[in-house]
Design a protein around this ligand. Sequence first.
Ligand code: SF4
Ligand code: SF4
Length: 255
Amino acid sequence: MAKKWYPVIDYAVCKECGACIKKCSHGVYDASKAPSPVVRNPESCVDHCHGCGSLCPAGAITYVGEDTGWTPPKGARGNADGCGCSGACGEASGKSVLVEYLYLDLQSCDRCIGTERELDEVMKILTPALKLSGYKVEYKKIEMKTAELAEKYKFLSSPTIRVNGIDICASVSENSCGCCSDISGTDVECRVFEYMGESYEVPPREMLAEAILKETFAPSGGGCACGGYEIPQNLRAFYEGKKKKSGCSCGGSCC
Ligand code: SF4
Ligand code: SF4
């Protein structure tokens, strides 16, 4: 079957900075042609990864199979200067901010509900300022309703907040979540957020604001969700338990 997800370069706007080639650790680009981006192994591209496109200072990269609403950063469009900094300028000129909130349950999970509340407040404050600075801001909330969706989004832990595809938490820390355990009738652990030496089940606003601003103005260039993925056992148990509890025979694909 033909590969359904890979980058396409608009050479009319590409500045040949080579940032996309440096960014990709999956051998999609032909390194021998650097800094000119040549997609040599499209089949190696990781489904729904936006790693290179999010870094591109020219907004020159789009994806075959794109279905997430993601759009390339456009900050450098119209900048006639040649770029030779291998992506550092992209950090300053990328003018798109995509904040994604991935969660398991907003009906009864205190952790998901509390995190949504705090993130809403932070976005309410940051969005006008970012827009004033010329940024296009998108804020999406996506329920990880099924194991299939979890796989599609490479969901590691609930809740997850990503800024331009980068998880605001460098690693996964979890503890027992009574709400999600009740929903699924099995022991389930959910995310705890580490900030300034403390652990929080609902992330503090300072942490959220800091993470969003940092990833907007000084992208880390790492930790994107493009690596290999296997649904964590913890989440698998959640989906299977939820299915059993509901008495549905869908195998986790509808409930
Ligand atoms: S989308 Fe990700 S995996 Fe695909 S080429 Fe870009 S960085 Fe590599
Ligand atoms: S990051 Fe963008 S501008 Fe730089 S080489 Fe790749 S496609 Fe071209």
